[in-house]
Design a protein around this ligand. Structure first.
Ligand code: FES
Ligand SMILES: [Fe+2]
Length: 366
């Protein structure tokens, strides 16, 4: 029966329809997504600046898997499943600097290499061999200022997953080495994570819903370029000449080395955004909390010589767009959950990145 259902969905996707509305509020679908997508794909963890010195750690999640990143004594970046081998308490919280990783429940203590160093009272247990209880490793990879993890030790390489991301960012002219981590922000939206992604993947709504953004970026369908290949989708929109020439008031000063907006999505949930103006970058991700709630994170980077006032204006510009998006996404969730519109109808010329995303979701789940 399931096979019949899946083949029908595939046909609908190819005909320009969306995934079934029920897939956006069904806990069984989310369980399948966690198992088949989040456990096997590269997940954005944090900025390299957050784990830069030996002894630094950063606790995060890869989908629903708690993960801790550590810079070991030799300066190597390591990642572990952040679940105690004793009885499963999460070992490390937040971030900081430590010689060892200690679980707060019964004080089992692990080295920065994940090995169990000390389990109180274990010497009373005949045959207890601490070598058997190291933290489980995860794969760790970096690109530019970003650290990624993958719980699947057999998964495709990070390089393969990131595909055209490095060259797309290079095309903007940004020197990644000039960027400094500014801060991380977080927010919760009352919507399924896929709705947040799908909203990101089209700018059909920009002239309607993002008047500020559209006053800076040319979102005309003949100017705003969409492309997808493999796990990566890109959107590029030139800055409006009226803004550069100062003919129109703009929400921020968009003059600078970067002359276009570039948005890159890496399946299943990572984004890189660069807006016109001085060197800037924003790395974001969405993580399902449950089938109806999503945690969004974003990490800002600016080159050191960008004036503080410009940084603040660029952040305010992005936050305005983000707030507009979140309200759209929550409204779509409520509409889909009514169950009254089973399949939406995409306009593939403007929304083929959504189609690409949904095909990937479909292929992972089916
Ligand atoms: S669960 Fe970690 S020490 Fe007991
Ligand atoms: Fe948007």
């Amino acid at each position: 029966m399931l096979r019949g259902m899946f083949s029908e969905i595939r046909e609908r996707l190819e005909a320009g329809y969306t995934l079934p509305a029920g897939w956006y509020s069904d806990s069984a679908i989310l369980a399948l997504e966690r198992e088949r997508i989040f456990k096997h794909t590269w997940q954005y963890a944090c900025a390299t600046a957050q784990v830069s010195e030996p002894g630094d750690y950063f606790a995060t999640k890869a989908g629903s898997i708690p993960v801790v990143l550590v810079r070991d004594k030799g300066g190597e970046l390591k990642g572990f499943v952040n679940v105690c081998r004793h009885r499963g308490h999460v070992v490390m919280q937040g971030s900081g600097h430590r010689e060892t990783l200690q679980c707060p429940y019964h004080a089992w203590t692990y080295g920065l290499d994940g090995c169990l160093l000390k389990a109180p009272r274990s010497e009373r247990e005949p045959g207890f061999d601490s070598d058997n209880y190291s933290l489980f490793p995860v794969q760790v990879g970096t690109w530019g200022p970003f650290i990624y993890v993958n719980a699947d030790l057999e998964a495709d390489s990070l390089e393969e997953t990131l595909g055209v991301l490095p060259e797309t960012v290079a095309e903007t002219g940004i020197d990644l080495d000039s960027l400094k981590f500014h801060h991380r922000g977080e927010y919760v939206i009352e919507a399924n994570w896929k709705i947040a992604v799908e909203n990101y993947l089209e700018c059909y709504h920009c002239p309607v819903a993002h008047t500020g953004f559209s006053s800076v970026i040319n979102v005309d369908p003949d100017e705003y370029a969409l492309a997808s290949s493999g796990y990566v989708s890109t959107q590029k929109g030139p800055v409006r000449s009226s803004v550069l020439e100062g003919k129109k008031a703009a929400p921020y000063d968009a003059t600078g080395e970067i002359d276009r907006s570039t948005s890159v999505f890496v399946f299943p949930n990572f984004t890189v955004d660069i807006i016109p103006g001085p060197p800037n970058m924003n790395g974001g991700a969405w993580f399902p909390i449950d089938e109806r709630r999503t945690l969004g994170t974003y990490d800002y980077f600016f080159s050191e010589d960008v004036p503080q006032k410009t940084v603040e204006e660029m952040i305010a510009f992005n936050e305005q767009v983000g707030a507009e998006d979140n309200s759209l996404v929550e409204s779509v969730h409520a509409g889909l959950e009514s169950g009254m519109v089973e399949h939406g109808r995409l306009l593939p010329t403007s929304e083929h990145l959504i189609q690409h995303f949904q095909r990937l979701i479909y292929s992972y789940l089916s």
